[in-house]
Design a protein around this ligand. Structure first.
Ligand code: BGC
Length: 739
């Protein structure tokens, strides 16, 4: 619809403006003038449209909607085009169901594998999360439906999520936890951002003016509405002052807003601004509404494509996969019959249909004899009979497809796991089966990462399905028999043991504080810096074909680096490679991981085909957050740009020298000799003087000491210990700073 008469917030009485800053009910906003109220609902991987009764835990019924793979699944596609199309498909469905804003995507970082909500988040890496989230938002909003990027910010644990403070240093915040949000906001211009429940360094996200106004609006240029997570607002006036426009759901506390203005603790202008943003959003939503051309089959087909692109081939000894659709195939495990394809909590949707893996395997291999054994129950139970049947089925089979995973009760929004092992009964079953059968393919269903060392020892092949949405069953059959060549890649490191991870000792926190002691060393940044063994590295994933990398070129171009290389399909079938571009700077004066993901691309190649692949590394993504100046700076130096198939499989590396960019703190008498000498300009100006002040290099030579190195940490004003500091020094420093 077109809204013809603009409503001006400034002309509304205070009571009406205040009313606009909270919901009308659980899912709806209030109308004003010609601008109707609209519905916001979950999200992210399907539309959860509740009509009768409402809740934020996915309990009460909702209308059937296509269940696409949750972020933990679809993230493994590393495919921005696919995710963009899924976003658009969600937009069509949202319109059909009368939804104006869909609550997603979740771009929080998977800091620790135990977080119960990791299945709703794309990755442990911010650039990957940001790029995929931006693609989702662009797709959704192209259909006239708004996104709500969540949960802003540093919401990386479920335990105590409504109170706990994420105590994070500024570098980690900027470089890791905010970076995914920044990319989505700047690239995709979401209509709304959802402020999270938690505190950040002691301040509720919903009350943080620094977060919601200074960073989000002033720095990143966000022009939409900040909505609270459901029930996240503690103090209405404080939240409005911080920049939170809409409290959800309805709380009936608008009178507190009016009272705060009347008593002077909240300015009238703040309420006007929030109301104005709500009117703009309501108008956007109204204008986005148009008839939806919804086709359930088409949606399901896209869900199937997305699911097949989400599957990661972790291991394939002896080329066991793809299976021949012939002979006797034993399909074992309860998940084959009752698939687990989404996570629990607010994102839980009622699917329009569900493809059952066992049925789909039968359909894909009509000539084969498929025998099924349940093997175990998803709640962790089993019986001797179930085990015996499974082992019997496995014994004379030509291959076994064993479905393992986590059940609905094992993980969910609202709580975290205390371990990352698969249920014992499943591991025992795998051991029993592998004792009688060597051709075992394990298919995994799980939201958060699971420990796999024991599985990898016993299974010849592993397909990681994460969570695949309602069409997962078809996708698994497609990949098992080779109709689809797997191309998914891990978006989170699979550690050998939970104890090896960076947040092992500080997750989930204590006394309502979560100390992010590992700082920027999250995920592979931590494992790779320590050269620690892992079960499967970040970015890993095999294919039924083999790719070769050659001719890497790195050029400085406007805004960043053009990274170009040739990929050749040197194997035996068509396939898709996910090219990953990492950067590192060995000479950095910041603590840095050896390499960090900066760009990626997917490329489809026919058998024998070679293609030049072009990727772009943004200059801003090479910058680090310098806490001395509270700004992004690009350090000068020789950057190593590597391309490869995982963070542990870097195939080619090139070096490119970049000049410094961004502010630097002024030099003072407190600057050290090392800092001064590291700056070419300062070094030239000050060297003659400084060489007269400290002990000479010749003395060092005579004594066999590295005097220059010993002196590096001396502040200039302490050089006086060696000789009187000349007044000239201060003048020269002023001159350098002025330049
Ligand atoms: C969740 C949000 C969700 C909201 C509405 C909250 O509990 O954290 O992600 O969008 O409920 O259901």
């Amino acid at each position: 619809m077109t809204v013809t008469t603009a409503v001006s917030a400034a002309q509304l009485p205070l009571e009406e403006r205040a009313a606009l800053t909270s919901g009308a009910d659980f899912w709806t906003t209030k109308p004003v003038g010609e601008v109707p109220g609209f519905v916001l609902t979950d999200g992210p991987h399907g539309v959860r449209r509740q009509e009768a009764s409402a809740d934020s835990l996915g309990i009460a019924a909702s209308a059937p909607a296509t269940c696409f793979p949750p972020a933990s699944g679809i993230g493994q596609s590393w495919d921005v085009d696919l995710i963009n199309r899924v976003g658009a498909a969600l937009g069509v469905e949202a319109r059909e169901l009368g939804v104006g804003v869909l609550l997603g995507p979740g771009v929080n970082i998977r800091r620790d594998p135990r977080c119960g909500r990791n299945f709703e988040y794309f990755s442990e890496d911010p650039i990957l999360s940001g790029a995929l989230g931006a693609a989702w938002v662009t797709g959704l909003q192209s259909e006239g439906v708004g996104a709500s990027v969540k949960h802003f910010a540093a919401n990386n644990v479920e335990a105590d999520r409504m109170r706990a403070s994420s105590d994070v240093d500024d570098r980690a915040l900027r470089e890791v936890y905010l970076r995914s949000f920044q990319r989505v906001v700047e690239d995709a211009k979401p209509w709304t951002v959802m402020a999270s429940y938690n505190r950040i360094n002691g301040v509720y996200a919903t009350e943080s003016r620094w977060l919601l106004t200074e960073v989000l609006r002033d720095e990143w240029g966000f022009d939409g509405v900040v909505v609270s997570d459901w029930g996240a607002v503690v103090d209405r006036a404080a939240a409005l002052t911080a920049g939170l426009d809409l409290e959800m759901p309805a709380s009936g506390r608008d009178d507190q807003v009016v009272a705060a203005v009347n008593e002077g603790s909240l300015t009238d202008a703040v309420v006007t601004e929030a109301a104005a943003r709500m009117i703009t959003l309501g108008t956007r939503v109204a204008e986005g509404q148009r008839p939806a051309d919804l086709d359930a089959d088409r949606q399901h087909a896209l869900a199937r494509e997305a699911a097949s692109r989400s599957i990661v081939l972790l291991k394939n000894d002896g080329g066991l996969l793809p299976l021949k659709p012939a002979g006797r195939i034993a399909v074992i495990g309860s998940f084959a019959e009752t698939p687990r394809y989404q996570g629990g909590g607010s994102s839980h949707v009622v699917p329009t249909r569900v493809d059952v893996p066992l049925d789909r395997i039968r359909l894909a291999a009509p000539e084969a004899e498929i025998v099924f054994a349940r093997g175990f129950d998803q709640d962790g139970g089993t019986t001797e009979q179930l085990t015996a049947e499974a082992v019997h089925a496995a014994t004379d089979a030509d291959a076994v497809v064993l479905f393992l995973g986590l059940g609905e009760r094992d993980e969910s929004e609202g709580f975290d796991r205390d371990h990352i092992r698969l249920p014992d009964v499943q591991l025992q079953l795998l051991a029993a089966i592998s004792a009688v059968q060597s051709r075992v393919v394990v298919v995994l269903s799980h939201g958060g990462v699971v420990e796999l060392a024991g599985v990898a020892e016993r299974a010849a092949a592993i397909l990681d399905g994460a969570l695949l949405g309602q069409a997962g069953g078809s996708a698994i059959a497609d990949v098992l028999f080779g109709a689809v060549n797997p191309s998914g890649r891990l978006t989170e490191t699979v550690p050998l043991r939970l104890q090896d991870g960076p947040a092992y000792l500080t997750f989930p926190g204590e006394n309502s504080h979560v100390l992010y002691g590992e700082s920027v060393y999250v995920g592979y940044r931590w494992f790779d810096a320590r050269e620690a063994p892992v079960a499967f590295p970040f970015g890993h994933g095999l294919s039924y074909t083999r790719f070769e990398y050659s001719d890497l070129l790195v050029d400085e171009v406007d805004g960043g680096l053009a990274v170009t290389l040739t990929i050749t399909n040197a194997g035996s079938v068509a396939g898709r490679e996910v090219v990953q571009v990492y950067s590192g700077l060995q000479s950095s004066r910041f603590g840095r991981p050896p390499h960090e993901l900066k760009a990626f691309a997917t490329v489809d190649l026919e058998l024998g085909e070679s293609r030049r692949v072009e990727t772009f590394v943004r200059r801003s993504d090479l910058a680090v957050w310098d806490t001395r100046v509270s700004a992004w700076v690009l350090e000068a130096g020789d950057y190593l740009i590597s391309v490869g198939a995982s963070s542990r499989d870097l195939r080619l590396t090139a070096t490119i020298g970049l000049a410094a960019e961004g502010p630097r703190p002024p030099f003072s008498l407190d600057s050290t000799l090392g800092e001064v000498m590291a700056d070419a300009r300062a070094a030239t100006i000050l060297s003659p003087l400084l060489s007269r002040m400290g002990p000479s290099d010749e003395i060092g030579e005579t004594l066999g000491m590295d005097i220059a190195r010993m002196m590096q940490s001396f502040p200039l004003n302490r050089l006086g210990m060696m000789s009187a500091a000349p007044d000239q020094l201060e003048e020269l420093l002023a001159q350098i700073n002025a330049e």
